[in-house]
Each structure stands twice: as structure tokens, then as C-alpha cells.
Design a protein around this ligand. Structure first.
Ligand code: ADP
Ligand code: MG
Length: 731
């Protein structure tokens, strides 16, 4: 057999990577922690007291680092890095392409007299100029300035990859527009810090800083490299565009989930070691959901560092997978009919006094504080649900949202039946001043009861896109391939706006003579009334919910173009401007980049699907059909008419069936190519994306269905595409 499929399958039993790549884990993983990170500990060792303090102030208070200090830090970083065999440095950043980018420069600097030194200065640490023309900018650079630069983010620690010192950085144009994921995120984090700290003055004046926290859970698939290479659709689009899914029983068979195959275990062990060295605090090793699907989750961290760690991890995973002869798939839906991959984002707010603001406290006062942040979060999501929806929109996540394994595109909030009842009680609070009896009742019977009820708050709804899980909210609709920064920028922006609105409203009531607690109760009561429609405790996967949600007036933007269109609403443009995240031009540019990316993805999928259908599927089907025809001819030669009719009946019906499917595919490809040409010619990005979504994408199914039918008819030996069962159950 000469097809790639069989070449790939043949390599499987002979490759001895299972033994070769066995990985030893040191007994004490903790000793490796942050080995390759310019961590607080390392800084203390390498920096002067003054420089160390300056960095700590930058991290904790956001203060500027003086140039002289930057020079000291650069020298210390270089000395530390060189002691570990490092020769180059790079600003490591996250442009809007979706992956990470680097431009490696050497420490090596020639000086006079034919000599050279290793040099790394404050200037080099602070700023670098990448070849900006190769990154998307949504036209920003045409309008403003031709060049952009990267700038050191001292709040995320530098680290070593191979022989390169990597410096986490933001990427901005010379006129100050953001061109990456990190810069707006940092702005949003500052905004929520300020707003939440202000609100905290009602409860605890010792709080001077509030830090948002993120704990992500990353799902992924592993596929054997050779099998991956044999599927042009996987290689070119990250997903399979056709392929008959394995029988349901097979998918759910416990036998496949029982033990982690040695090969995968080796990959995981090596990954764990690498994560430790890079300071990524991975604790959960794995758990399988679909065949060949795994999950990894670290301890939560400050949002900015957690986002960097997730991006870094995705790079590292891809490289380590390669060493174990695997290809890693971060696509949200690489296999139709099989569970897809997500990236749950657990979010909360932590104070510099060590409190989690979404954790109920031990007394009524602490619980009022909890309720304040809890209800404000729900209110923020209620006001800006469309923005949160847009932040998770991508061509690949469209396949997953609303399928039977992920929340639908309707943004709702799950809080659990017990907290729901508490909010119902709060809704009954009288307007204006409260009587002493009312106050006592509220304290004892409503607010006071929260810690007790939460102890047995076991109802964890897994079908909600935004669920409260005891001491944090979990955004469950984020796609596995997404950069966490997008949803985190929105989450923190809307929380900042909501908390600062809340402060204004409460202060206004206090002005009218209400006590602080009364004012807070009054505002919370109004919020609860307004947010009722977004709170949903039932099954988010059910069809009934879509109907019910519509009645409640909740939006259900099913596709990326629809979701992205919402971003341009004046309400959101104003929000971004007010909170200081983006100006209108930046929102527009980013929106355009996302729309273009969407159209490009569908366009590539259309081309690849057509090519495979024409060059692989049709010829193989014809090949098999010819065999059948030969067989029928042979039967005709040997048997009399009556006998022949009986014996050749099945074959003839199969021959007809194959012809029908081939015709469907041929016509389907012609229609697809026409639709694609038309969509490609549209110049306005929103309309173009809508065309790709509504006129091009639906044509995929026709071709796929016919091809998947053929897969079941054609002799396995002749079928050119590696099958689902081979990719998913190869251990
Ligand atoms: P599940 O799989 O049921 O969603 P896990 O226990 O696997 O839950 O994951 C919980 C996630 O929540 C972990 O990644 C953890 O780091 C994160 N997490 C826990 N507390 C916080 C917090 N205060 N802020 C942000 N994330 C948190
Ligand atoms: Mg989860």
C-alpha cells in the first residue's frame, strides 16, 4: 500500500520511542521549581537591595523603574542567564496572530581591537524592535505609524528557554496603540484593582491593592505524529474535515480510559518537569475525557502571570509532544462527534491582606463584602454579556459552543440553588432605611447563613458558561486554543466598570442619609432584580433553554460573525474608552483582525476539503467501484442470467450508490468553490465573514456526508485517509 495512511500505520509498531523516551521524574519535583525563572528568590540573590526593591514596587504598586536600575537589572539577568549557558535574549510577546513571538538577539557584542564582550543593557531590557510588519494590526499601522516596539513587563518574570533569555513584553505601535493581548490586559487589571480597592474601603481600610486571579484548565488531544502527517486536513486546518466517527459504544468504553498509555505518560512526565523549571505550578496531572484527550491545570496565579504561563505552556507542550512522536491538537473540535476541547478560566479577586473576595466570610460583615463582589460580578456579566460572548468567539470555538459537550452561546450565570435563595431574600429588603428588626433579621438569617450553606454547596452545574463554584467564577466557554487574555481583559474591564458604578451609587445613597450597610443592601437589591433573567440553574445543554432564554430576552449569538458584530456597539466602545482599555480605533482594528481571521480559516478549510475530496476521496471510490465492476463482469461470464442477477445484486447496488455519492461530492465541490470565490471577493470584513459563515460553511456538510458514506462502502485497504479509530485509539 502506498498511501500516506498505510505508510503512517506501518511505522507504528516499529518505532521504539516508547522505550527510548522513558522519563525519570526526580523524587523532589519542588527542587526544580523556578529553576529557569528569574524569580523573586533569584532576584534577591542577583540584585542589589535597591534594584530588588524597585522591581518589587513595580510588581506590587505599578511604579516605574528608573533607567539606572534597569541597567542593574539587565546585568544581573545576563549574569544569571549566562551561568545557565544562555547566549541570546528575546522579548517574548503575544501578538494577535494567536501564538507567541520572539526575535532573538545575541548578548555578543564586538568592541574595538578585535575583541568582543557579552552585553545586555537596561535599554535592551526595556525595549526591542521586532519585525512588526509580519503581525496583524487591523490597519492601525497604516493610519498611525509604521513601526511598533516591544516593552518589558516587569510584573511577569523573565525565564529561560533553551539558550535564550525570554523577557515577557507588551507590543505597541509608536503612537501607543496596543498590538497584542498583554497590553490591554494590564490596563484592565489596573482598572479593576483601582475600582475594587475603592469598594473595599467600605469593608476594610487596610486593603490597598486587589489582584485578580486566574486558574485555567487546559484540554488537548494527542495524535501520533505519523498519523497526523497523513491527514492533510489536520496539518493544514488543525481539524479533520471528514471522517466517519467511531461507533458510540467504542467511544464510551471504559477500557479506553482506564490507564494512561506509557507513551502519553512519558510525555506528561517530561512536561511536568519542564513546567516546574519554568515556574508553572502544575498540580493536576491529567484526566481523560474523550479518547486521546487530556487535561492539565495549575494552581491559580495572578491573572497576568497565569495568562503568560498558559501561552508558554502551549508552546512547550507542542515541543515536548514532538519529542514523543505526538502532535498536540489545541483545536476546539478536531474530531466531529467526539468531545471537543475547552479552556475553563476560573476567576476571582484577591486582596493584599490575603482575602479572596469571592469567598464567603465567617461573620455577617464579611458576608456582606462577599455578596457585594458576588452580585457586582453577576451584574457586570448581565450588562456586558455580549462582550464576554465576543471574547470567546472564533471559527473553531463555534463548533464546540452549543454542541452536546459545551455550554451554548447564550451567556447565563449559575450560582447554585442555595445562593439563589439568598438573593431572593435580599430582593425583599425594604427600600430606604431599615428598621432595627429588619437589620437583625438580615444579619442573622440571610447574610449570616451563607458560610453554612456553602459548605454543602455541592450542586456544580457543568452546563453553564459562567458558574459560581464556591469561591470563584468559572468561565467555561473559552476555547482550548484561545489566549486567556481575551476573556480576562473583558472580565476585568467589566468588573472594573461595574464596581466603580456601584461605588458611585452607594456613595450617592449615603449622601442622602442612609447608613453604609443600608445603602449597600439597597443597591444590591436593585441589581438582583435587574439580573434575574441571566441567572439560570437548569440544564444549559437542553433545547428548552434556548427557547426559555429567548423569552427572557437573552442573546444567543451562535456564530462568530454575529458575536463579533456586537463588539462595535456604542455601549461597548464607550465602556472601553471610559475604563481606559481601548480607543475606538483600537476596538475597530481588533474587530477587523478577528473577522479577517474567521474568513481566512473558513476559506482554507473550503480549499482543503475540496482538494481532499477531488484528489483522494473520488479516485479511491472510483478505484473500488472498478473492482466491483470487474467482479460483476466476471459473474456475468460464469453464471446464467437468473443466477447472475441474484449473485450480483449487492455489488450492483453498491456500484450505483458509489456513483451517486461521487456525483454529490463533485457537485458539492463545484458549489463550494463558487461560493468561496464570491465570499473572497467581498471587501467589507463583517459582510465577508457573514458570507463565509452562512454561504460557504454550510456546503461543507454535503461533501462530508457523502465522503463519510463512501468511507463505509470502500474497501478499507483502498481508503486513503487515516481513520478516526486509528487516530483516536492508537496508544
Ligand atoms: P473543575 O475541574 O471541577 O472545574 P478543578 O478543581 O480541576 O475544578 O479546577 C479548579 C481550578 O480553579 C484550578 O485551576 C484552580 O487553580 C482554580 N482556582 C481555585 N481557586 C481560585 C481562585 N481563587 N481564583 C482563581 N482560580 C482559582
Ligand atoms: Mg472546570
Amino acid at each position: 500500500m502506498s498511501t500516506l495512511r498505510f505508510k503512517a500505520l506501518e511505522t507504528l509498531p516499529f518505532k521504539d520511542f516508547r522505550k527510548d523516551n522513558s522519563v525519570e521524574i526526580p523524587a523532589k519535583l519542588s527542587e526544580l521549581f523556578c529553576e529557569n525563572v528569574f524569580s523573586e528568590n533569584t532576584m534577591r540573590e542577583y540584585l542589589t537591595k535597591e534594584a530588588f526593591q524597585s522591581i518589587m514596587d513595580a510588581i506590587k504598586k505599578g511604579s516605574k523603574i528608573q533607567r539606572l536600575i534597569a541597567d542593574q537589572v539587565a546585568v544581573a539577568m545576563k549574569d544569571w542567564a549566562m551561568s545557565k549557558g544562555v547566549t541570546h535574549y528575546t522579548h517574548w510577546f503575544q501578538p494577535l496572530t494567536g501564538s507567541t513571538a520572539e526575535k532573538h538577539d545575541s548578548f555578543f557584542t564586538p568592541i574595538e581591537g578585535g575583541r568582543a564582550i557579552e552585553r545586555f543593557s537596561g535599554g535592551m531590557l526595556i525595549q526591542q524592535e521586532p519585525d512588526a510588519s509580519s503581525f496583524p494590526n487591523g490597519g492601525i499601522r497604516n493610519t498611525f505609524e509604521a513601526r511598533g516596539y516591544t516593552a518589558w513587563d516587569p510584573t511577569s518574570p523573565a525565564f529561560i528557554m533553551g539558550t535564550t533569555l525570554c523577557i515577557p513584553s507588551i507590543f505597541i505601535s509608536y503612537t501607543g496603540e496596543t498590538l497584542d493581548y498583554k497590553a490591554p490586559l494590564l490596563r484592565a487589571l489596573n482598572a479593576v484593582d483601582e475600582a475594587a480597592t475603592n469598594v473595599m474601603q467600605y469593608f476594610d481600610k487596610n486593603v490597598t491593592k486587589v489582584t485578580p486571579t486566574l486558574g485555567w484548565e487546559q484540554e488537548y488531544f494527542l495524535v501520533d505524529s505519523a498519523l497526523y502527517q497523513s491527514r492533510p486536513d489536520l496539518v493544514l486546518t488543525g481539524k479533520t474535515l471528514l471522517g466517519h466517527s467511531p461507533a458510540k459504544g467504542q467511544q464510551l468504553d471504559d477500557h479506553y480510559f482506564g490507564s494512561i498509555p506509557t507513551r502519553v505518560m512519558n510525555f506528561m512526565k517530561e512536561l511536568e518537569v519542564e513546567c516546574m523549571k519554568l515556574g508553572i505550578p502544575v498540580t493536576t496531572r491529567h484526566n481523560e475525557v474523550a479518547p486521546n484527550q487530556f487535561e492539565l491545570a495549575p494552581m491559580f496565579e495572578e491573572v497576568n502571570v497565569a495568562v503568560d504561563h498558559n501561552s508558554l505552556l502551549m508552546d512547550v507542550m507542542a515541543r515536548i509532544a514532538h519529542r514523543h512522536h505526538f502532535h498536540i491538537l489545541f483545536h476546539e473540535k478536531p474530531f466531529a462527534g467526539v468531545n471537543g476541547s475547552g479552556k475553563h478560566n476560573n476567576w476571582s479577586l484577591a486582596t493584599d491582606t490575603g482575602e479572596n473576595l469571592l469567598s464567603p466570610g465567617k461573620n455577617p460583615k464579611k458576608n456582606l463584602q462577599f455578596l457585594t463582589f458576588f452580585v457586582n460580578t453577576i451584574k457586570a456579566v448581565h450588562e456586558y454579556a455580549d462582550l464576554l460572548r465576543a471574547s470567546i468567539a472564533s471559527a473553531s470555538n463555534d463548533h464546540r459552543l452549543g454542541a452536546n459537550e459545551a455550554p451554548p452561546a447564550i451567556i447565563s450565570v449559575f450560582i447554585g440553588s442555595q445562593l439563589f435563595r439568598v438573593l431572593e431574600e435580599l430582593e425583599k429588603v425594604t427600600e430606604g432605611k431599615l428598621s432595627p428588626d429588619e437589620k437583625t433579621d438580615l444579619k442573622l438569617n440571610v447574610v449570616g447563613k451563607i458560610p453554612e450553606i456553602l459548605l454543602d454547596n455541592t450542586d456544580r452545574n457543568r452546563t453553564s458558561p459562567f458558574a459560581f463554584t464556591g469561591n470563584k467564577f468559572e468561565i467555561r466557554a473559552v476555547g482550548s486554543s484561545a489566549n486567556c487574555a481575551e476573556s480576562m481583559t473583558v472580565m476585568n474591564t467589566i468588573a472594573a466598570k461595574q464596581l466603580s458604578d456601584f461605588k458611585k451609587e452607594v456613595d450617592a445613597l449615603i449622601e442622602t442619609g442612609l447608613k453604609k450597610d443600608e445603602a449597600i443592601f439597597n443597591i444590591l437589591r436593585e441589581y438582583i432584580k435587574q439580573c434575574k433573567n441571566i441567572m439560570f440553574e437548569g440544564d444549559g445543554y437542553s433545547d428548552d433553554w434556548a427557547v426559555e432564554a429567548e423569552k427572557r430576552g437573552l442573546n444567543n449569538w451562535k456564530t462568530t460573525p454575529e458575536a463579533l458584530k456586537q463588539e462595535m456597539n456604542q455601549k461597548f466602545l464607550d465602556l472601553y474608552e471610559e475604563v481606559g482599555i481601548f480607543n475606538h480605533r483600537e476596538v475597530e482594528a481588533r474587530n477587523e483582525i478577528k473577522l479577517e481571521k474567521y474568513s481566512t480559516v473558513i476559506d482554507i478549510e473550503a480549499r482543503v476539503l475540496s482538494d481532499i475530496a477531488r484528489n483522494h476521496i473520488i479516485p479511491s471510490a472510483l478505484n473500488y467501484q472498478n473492482r466491483l465492476i470487474e467482479n460483476v463482469k466476471g459473474l456475468k461470464d460464469i453464471f446464467d442470467e437468473k443466477e447472475f442477477k441474484k449473485l450480483a445484486k449487492e455489488q450492483i447496488s453498491l456500484i450505483t450508490n458509489i456513483s451517486e455519492n461521487i456525483s454529490i461530492i463533485k457537485l458539492g465541490v463545484e458549489n463550494l468553490m463558487k461560493a468561496r470565490e464570491t465570499a473572497k471577493a467581498v471587501s467589507e470584513s463583517q459582510t465577508q465573514a457573514e458570507d463565509y459563515c452562512n454561504k460557504v460553511k454550510p456546503l461543507f456538510d454535503v461533501i462530508r456526508d457523502a465522503s463519510d458514506d463512501l468511507e463505509m462502502m470502500v474497501d478499507d485497504e483502498l481508503w486513503p485517509m487515516t481513520k478516526y479509530r486509528e487516530m483516536l485509539f492508537t496508544r
